[in-house]
Write a protein that binds this ligand. Structure first.
Ligand code: URP
Ligand code: ZN
Ligand code: ZN
Ligand code: ZN
Length: 512
């Protein structure tokens, strides 16, 4: 008889179970304080100075460094099959690159293939991702058609599979797009399940018309991509989505806000009391749409994503200012990478260029450089927009998104004085191109810790295939649904009493 082998949990096999991070400054979204951080068995056990620590504990000296919650990238597309190509960063290489840049959790999108159900697609993603991920991950699910089965499967995903967010496309007509009556029904279902509705906001019908016109006029190159979907086409859809969501009291999250007018539409809606949150991208903060005029086709096509980068070179700073003032709340990467040969599918027709860019590795550095290093954003807001707000919106807080006793030990030790130059030559991603090529960034993830395991050690990536865990996201995130409840409490009708009526009649008579 063979002796059964006791299975040691992977985090214990490959990690020290105790860690002390000393002498640094802890940054959370609500403040900065001096504290040492003691980690045991994957969670933060103590915070403070002069902690009494068991012998043999590994110590990291964080003098002159910030100790921040690990980044949460709420928008990635690893191994996504789209427009005839499969994105080249898979769940292994994508999450390894995430770690290199200081991100400790990602939320990817299950996008069903044609004729594939939501549950089937979800299972496919779990099968693929579970064995590959180097950091923790959760899943949003995209709803690309509307019928009774979809409605039922949404409920099952929320109730049994830890999904609390669904993405709906207002663009990609005839592929993923839903129309307004379907969006109304879908948002009502999200609300009834305690989920968050997410939208890709661009007017798909207008894009369809413009694309036909441009191709007929002989505009075939990547510049046609932005021309077919200028910013008002994005802003209109943001506004429409906000109104639909508001009318059915469904909380809304607008992914990849790429233009000033779309960001204005979103922040105006928030000012009116609409329960909406907005995400912009590292791409939109770190580069701009002048790149579509580049004489090298590959360079221009390398920047094609939807909604596109904007030709106005002031847009990145305007979006950064929106993040600072809470007009926008989150930064994602929308990492969806295609190599030169895949982008070339659209060599003679811009509408066939697979959509997507990199960002999962460089998101934190780009936001730090353009925000904190540029003097526009303070480190607490940096933590909010790269980690905490996403954790709150998708119900991962306070397990994720904060350095606090009891939270997962997902920590980045950030050296603000160290510099690096971004390049496809040195990045950890699979893709052969980097939209931030040549950018010098201050602020480097020196140590990155996931569940107590040091996954980046003195800037050396030590990722473990399959180490990450699937994160169940539960319905009714308080951060979101408290706001919805508050909004619904607002008086809607005119309160009338008999006494009021009598008084009014008397006043009317006196005036007559
Ligand atoms: O161009 C993009 N954004 N590609 C990924 C799919 C999406 O719409 O997010
Ligand atoms: Zn999208
Ligand atoms: Zn080139
Ligand atoms: Zn996306």
């Amino acid at each position: 008889m063979t002796t059964p082998v006791k299975k040691v949990p992977i985090h214990l096999q490959s990690s020290q179970n105790r860690l002390l991070i000393k002498n640094g400054k802890v940054v959370n979204e609500d403040g900065i304080f001096d504290a040492d951080v003691f980690v045991e068995d994957g969670v933060i056990k103590e915070l403070g100075r002069n902690l009494i620590i068991p012998g043999g504990t590994r110590t990291i000296d964080a003098r002159g460094r910030y100790i921040m919650p690990g980044g949460i990238d709420p928008h990635t597309h690893f191994e996504l099959q789209m427009m005839g190509a499969k994105s080249v960063d898979d769940f292994y290489q994508g999450t390894k690159a995430a770690l290199a840049g200081g991100t400790t959790s990602v939320i990817d999108f299950v996008i069903p293939q044609q004729d594939e159900g939501l549950l089937e697609a979800y299972e496919r993603y779990r099968m693929t991702a579970d064995e590959k991920v180097c950091c923790d991950y959760a899943l949003h699910v995209a709803v690309t058609k509307w019928d009774a089965k979809t409605r039922e499967e949404m409920a099952t995903l929320v109730q049994e599979h830890g999904v609390n967010s669904f993405k709906f496309f207002m663009a990609y007509r005839d592929v993923f797009m839903l129309r307004d009556p379907e969006l109304i029904e879908a948002f009502k279902v999200c609300k009834s399940l305690g989920a968050v509705a997410m939208v890709h906001a661009e007017n798909g019908d207008i894009i369809y018309e413009n694309t036909k016109k441009l191709l007929a006029a002989g505009v075939m190159g990547p510049e046609g991509h932005e021309m077919s979907r200028p910013e008002e086409v994005e802003a209109e859809a943001v506004n429409r989505a906000c109104i639909i969501a508001n009318q059915v009291s469904c909380p809304l999250y607008v992914v990849h806000v790429m233009s000033r007018s779309a960001a204005d539409a979103l922040s105006d809606a928030r000012a009116r009391g609409v329960c909406v949150w907005g995400e912009t991208l590292a791409a939109a903060l770190g580069t701009d749409g002048t790149t579509y005029q580049h004489k090298c086709w590959r360079h221009a096509a390398g920047h094609v994503l939807s909604p596109p980068l904007r030709p106005d070179p002031d847009t990145p700073e305007a979006l950064m200012k929106k993040l600072v003032l809470d007009g926008l709340q989150v930064t994602g990467s929308d990492n969806c990478t295609f190599n030169a040969d895949q982008k070339a599918l659209g060599k003679d027709d811009f509408s066939k260029i697979p959509n997507g860019v990199n960002g999962v590795e460089d998101r934190m550095s780009v936001v730090w450089e353009k925000g904190v290093h540029a003097g526009l954003m303070d480190p607490t807001r940096f933590v909010a927009v790269t980690s905490t707000n996403a954790a709150r919106i998708f119900n991962l807080y306070p397990r994720k998104g904060v350095v606090a006793v009891g939270s997962d030990a997902d920590i980045v030790v950030w050296d603000p004085s160290r510099k690096r130059i971004i390049s496809a030559e040195t990045h950890h991603q699979a893709v052969d191109f980097n939209i931030f090529e040549g950018m010098e960034v201050h602020g480097v993830a020196e140590y990155v810790i996931v569940g107590g395991r040091v996954c980046v050690d003195e800037c050396q990536v030590k990722a473990v295939h399959g180490f990450g865990k699937y994160l169940e996201t539960l319905p009714y995130p308080a951060y979101v649904y408290d706001a919805v409840e508050e909004h619904e409490k607002q008086p809607r009708g005119v309160a009338r009493s008999e006494a009021d009526a009598k008084r009014q009649h008397e006043e009317d008579l006196a005036l007559a």
